[in-house]
Each structure stands twice: as C-alpha cells, then as structure tokens.
Design a protein around this ligand. Structure first.
Ligand code: AKB
Length: 316
C-alpha cells in the first residue's frame, strides 16, 4: 500500500518548504500544524491541532498508513528559554510520543516507518569549538539543546531496537546550524540575527544586533537545507550507529556579515546591543561544523567561501 507522509509544523520555515518539495515529487502528505495553512495545496490533507494531542497522533497512525514522518513542530532556542515548560511539552514529550507512534506502527504492521528529526547545533557545548564533528563534546547548556539531544538519543535507541527486529523505526537526523531563507525572516532563534540583518540591509533599515561583533556561527541556505532533508530521507539505508549528521554551507562572524552587507548596501547601519540570553547561547555553539559524514553518505558539499554563499543569498 502506498504510504502517506506526516509532516508536523508545516507552517514553519523548514516545514513549509519541505511540504512543497514532497508534494512536487508526488508524495501523499498529511500536514499537521497548530495554525491554519498560509497557502493550501489541493492534494494535502491539513489537520489543525497541536502535536501534544496524543489522541490525535494515535488516530492519525490508526487511520493512515504512515510510511514517513518529518517532524518540524518545535520551539526554537530563545522561545524555549522563555517557555521551558512548553518546550518540554512540545520539544520532548510530544516528540517522544510521535516517535513511539511511528515505532509502534511499524511493529504492528511489520514494516519500517522512516522518521526525520531536525536536530540542531544546540546539542553541542559547553564551550565553543571549531570544525565540530558529530562525536565532539555533547553537553548542551540550553533547554533547547537538551530537548534536541534527548530526542536524538530517544530516536536512536528505538532505531537500534528496530534494527534487531527489522521492523519499527528508521530514525534520521540532521544537526542544523542557522538557516537563512530568502522569503522568511525567522524569530525565536539565536542564529536568526543573520537573516534578520540581511533582510534589514536589503530593505534599507538599520539593524540592532544582540550578539557581539566577533561571534562566529555556522549557517546554511534554505535550498541546501531542504535538499539535505530530501537526500537523507531518500537513502535506502544509512549504515551508521550515529544517526545525526552535521551540515553547513558557510561560517562567519557578525562583523564579517555586516562588512559584507555594508559593501553591498553602503547606507546600511548596524548597532550593537548585546543581549545576555542570546550571547550566552551563541558562546556555547560551535563556530563551524565538520560535514565529512554528510558528504560520505549523501555527497553533501559545503561552500568554500562565505562571501560566495552570501552573494547567492542576497541575490535571490
Ligand atoms: C536557533 O537559533 O535556535 C535555531 C537553531 C540553530 O537550532 N536556528
């Protein structure tokens, strides 16, 4: 039977573009979000509810043959820091339930449910390192980072159990850096300063930055973000006990970004008003990522020059 795909958080930056890509390649999608769709696609079944509604999640798996899950519903780092209880409910409890339902569906139907989980560079810490590889120190200091790590570990555990049974769950995860889109300006994240600054520079508006000038972080463009999600989920099998993969296209400091934008938009004005909540988080996240494993498994390649990367972003 042709399986259906379940996407949670389809209104978000990653969910909305993944939904469009999956529909474009002929997938039959059930899309769950707490808000109404910003634009409706005829073939998609939309459900407006929270992923915390366990009864709803159970009914989706009872009513449909769910072959793949793309789980984007989450609170980002700064929102999670301000709402720790809600972050636990959504980023951990509801996410675990979704993984359980996916696993149990596979066991009950003698099949494998493929599960994509967008993890984050937030799992790294407690100190800032360069060229972080997936095996590097994983002691997150933020609520969000702990949420993400707990779900990575939970999904990997059920994946391990499924390997032995050859039915259940195939859990796959990418540790995303800051994502930069052309048409959406995210908020609620620590890395959102970059898309926000680019957006303001393009609109001729000044920008007040919450991070210090020398703060360096890794980033990826939305196109490469979506293609990485599709690529990792397209792999028939991933022969790796470690189920999380790093991706980045470029890494740069706040100053490197602002200097680049000043060259392109000479009237652009940036001021600094360091925010402890943002800076303390950014100081524990890696300044750059080693993406060798993603390159090995699905030929992921990162941009060599951050200015080439930024040129592509601002010219879209
Ligand atoms: C955030 O800044 O919270 C996210 C992330 C890097 O996970 N963009």
């Amino acid at each position: 039977m042709k399986g259906r795909i379940l996407i949670t958080g389809y209104n978000g930056e990653l969910g909305s573009k993944t939904l469009k890509e999956l529909v474009s390649i002929g997938k039959s999608v059930i899309a769950l979000d707490i808000n109404d769709p910003k634009e409706k696609i005829h073939s998609v079944k939309y459900i407006k509810d929270t992923i915390a509604n366990k009864q709803l999640i159970n009914s989706i798996f009872n009513d449909y043959h769910i072959s793949e899950v793309y789980h984007f519903a989450a609170l980002l780092s700064q929102t999670a820091a301000q709402n720790p209880e809600l972050a636990f409910e959504i980023n951990e409890k509801a996410s675990k339930n979704l993984i359980d339902c996916s696993y149990n569906f596979g066991i009950k139907n003698n099949c494998i449910t493929r599960f994509f989980f967008p993890s984050s560079i937030a799992v790294y810490g407690p100190r800032k390192i360069e060229n972080a590889s997936e095996q590097d120190i994983i002691k997150p200091t933020t609520i969000y980072g702990n949420n993400k790590l707990i779900i990575e570990q939970y999904g990997s555990k059920l994946h391990e159990q499924s390997l032995f049974k050859k039915i259940g769950l195939d859990f796959r995860s990418i540790r995303f850096p800051g994502v930069i889109s052309y048409d959406t300006v995210p908020c609620g994240g620590t890395t959102d300063y970059a898309p926000q600054m680019i957006n303001n520079a393009k609109k001729g508006e000044k920008f007040e930055c919450k991070l210090s000038p020398n703060t360096e972080l890794p980033f990826i463009g939305i196109d490469k973000t979506i293609s990485s999600i599709i690529d990792i989920m397209d792999l028939e099998i991933i022969e790796s006990k470690l189920r999380a993969f790093n991706v980045q296209e470029a890494n740069f400091s706040v100053t490197e970004l602002s200097d680049f934008l000043l060259q392109k938009f000479p009237s652009f004005q940036i001021t600094y008003n360091e925010n402890k909540s943002f800076q303390s988080v950014a100081d524990t996240w890696p300044s750059s990522l080693n993406c060798k494993r993603a390159n090995k498994f699905w030929n992921f390649s990162k941009e060599k020059d951050f200015e080439v990367f930024l040129e592509k972003i601002i010219n879209k």
